[in-house]
Write a protein of this length. Structure first.
Ligand code: ZN
Length: 146
């Protein structure tokens, strides 16, 4: 069986089709040649959102702001989650101040907020920071496992 996944490039938004068995081989983007799968969060901006929620891997977005203390203390947890979930879930950070239009489109009412997208649609949302184990358990409850 030749199963392949469509994955948007976090650098250039180009869509890549990657055979499932190559996911662990640090696949490169066909367009910009950078690595498609990261083990750390990437930055999500207004113009990236429509492309980045597509594809066959879920996308977890951490909505944060520079002035938000709880957001800052949650940042290392989010980074650890990105390492744990590499190749299974893509993690991105959205600076709500720098991207007010997207924040309002996503109806962000408080930060930090976590939004899980699958197949281009929001499937779960959680407000407030949480410890790593709780975050992983929350994701597992929505079918995302490392
Ligand atoms: Zn690319």
């Amino acid at each position: 069986m030749t199963d392949s996944l469509v994955i948007p490039c976090p650098h250039c938004n180009g869509l890549n089709r990657i055979p499932a068995e190559r996911l662990g081989d640090q696949p490169k983007c066909g367009r910009c040649k950078a690595e498609v799968l990261l083990s750390k969060p990437f930055e999500l901006k207004q113009g990236d959102h429509a492309s980045q929620i597509k594809g066959d891997l879920p996308l977890l977005v951490d909505v944060w702001a520079e002035w938000c203390g709880p957001c800052k203390s949650f940042a290392p947890v989010f980074e650890q989650a990105a390492t744990r979930l590499a190749g299974h879930c893509r993690l991105a950070k959205l600076d709500s101040d720098a991207n007010p239009q997207l924040s309002s489109q996503l109806a962000i009412r408080s930060i930090p907020s976590l939004i899980l997208f699958k197949n281009g649609r929001e499937v779960a949302r959680q407000s407030g920071a949480m410890p790593l184990q709780q975050l992983l358990a929350w994701l597992e409850g929505h079918g995302v496992q490392g």
